[in-house]
Ligand binder design. Structure first.
Ligand code: SF4
Ligand code: SF4
Length: 352
């Protein structure tokens, strides 16, 4: 199976300068930020990771968002991902923030449910995005509407929008990579093959099929034996890869497992900006004050990140992780695994 975009592991190895600073204990800005421009969502997906927080009405102010874009560019943050608690395009400032960050040299990506990704929006922001990932749980109208908590109108709009995105990329000769993410649920196993076939026909670059992220506080519970139950469908889906289209089944995320590290060492490399302006350690601790480094409404990101409070919180959260409250395959998981091994330096390292 081709994994062109390296979704099955991590890319920290391509940042040796930052790794070297980490090894020497020197301060550095994170390589990446996840940004929740809003916590509102026009969908109510059955599996939503953030359902336990509700989708309260909180948008990052335009001025705060644009200042953040300029500040992170100036201080060497290399990439940002608009995602998190809500649908990013519900915040009217998101497109301008994307364009601003890109023009200042930051790599930008976003995830979306696709319902608001109209052809006009596509023409405006696709030239400024490295990649886009649309969450789609089913091809059929009935299953789509039931699983996403969406209307028939939204179902039609999403597939029309996906076609327009693909057309925009093709016509403008953009390098933007278009992907779909589908979470495997007990309700959508039979939707997989028709969906994968359709996404390929639309000219997207890939589809990834993965288990859902879950916290103990999430309302939805996944049944256990989905891989076995839908193995045939997943293998048929994989067989549709080719002609510039990847099908990435994230087998490595399925089926139990545990965190094989004792410390969450990846925290300094990735941080989360929430729709309330809070900057948090990770996506599993949003809205939790003890895991909030500070707030962008009170101080700009560079001062917040270099503060003693942020440093101490990172060290405390890293050394005393409460894995019982963590998503097993959280955003930091792959770099945590790598950094844990890297930190256990064996004798005679020069004998490579
Ligand atoms: S589109 Fe995303 S944020 Fe909105 S309900 Fe669905 S999973 Fe949650
Ligand atoms: S291991 Fe736990 S604390 Fe660390 S980033 Fe993942 S979810 Fe957060």
């Amino acid at each position: 199976m081709a994994d062109t975009y390296r979704m099955l592991s991590h890319k920290l190895l391509w940042h040796p300068d930052v790794l070297a600073k980490w090894r020497r204990g020197e301060p550095f800005f994170p390589v990446h930020l996840d940004i929740g421009a809003t916590s509102r969502c026009n969908y109510r997906c059955v599996h939503c990771f953030y359902d336990y927080l509700g989708h309260r009405r909180r948008d990052l102010d335009r001025e705060v968002l644009l200042r953040l874009m300029r500040d992170i560019a100036e201080h060497g943050v290399r990439s940002i991902f608009f995602a998190s608690q809500g649908e990013p395009l519900l915040n009217p400032a998101t497109p301008e923030a994307i364009v601003t960050a890109d023009r200042h040299g930051v790599d930008v990506a976003m995830s979306s449910n696709g319902s608001l990704f109209t052809p006009e929006v596509a023409r405006e922001i696709l030239p400024h995005l490295q990649w886009v990932r649309i969450s789609v749980l089913a091809r059929s109208e009935e299953a789509y509407c039931a699983l996403h908590g969406a209307s028939s109108r939204a179902w039609r709009a999403v597939f029309d929008n996906l076609a327009a995105m693909s057309e925009t990329v093709r016509r403008q000769g953009l390098g933007t990579v278009l992907g779909v993410q589908t979470c495997l649920l007990q309700e959508n196993g039979d939707e997989i093959v028709p969906l994968v076939r359709h996404i390929k026909e639309l000219g997207f670059h890939y589809i990834t099929l993965r288990p859902i992220s879950q916290l103990p506080t999430n309302g939805y519970r996944l049944e256990d034996d989905l891989l076995r139950r839908f193995q045939e469908q997943l293998q048929e889906a994989e067989s549709l890869a080719g002609e510039g289209f990847d099908v990435v089944v994230r087998w490595n995320l399925h089926g139990g497992g545990k965190k094989e590290y004792d410390a969450c060492l990846g925290l300094p490399f990735i941080a989360f900006v929430n729709a309330d302006g809070g900057v948090y350690t990770c996506g599993c601790r949003l809205d939790e004050e003890p895991f909030c480094y500070g707030n962008l409404y009170d101080e700009p990101f560079p001062a917040l990140w270099m503060s003693e409070k942020r440093k101490q919180l990172t060290e405390r959260a890293a050394s005393q992780p409460d894995f019982a409250r963590c998503d097993l395959f959280c955003r930091h998981h792959a770099i945590n695994q790598f950094l844990w091994e890297y930190a256990q330096e064996p004798p005679h390292v020069n004998f490579i």
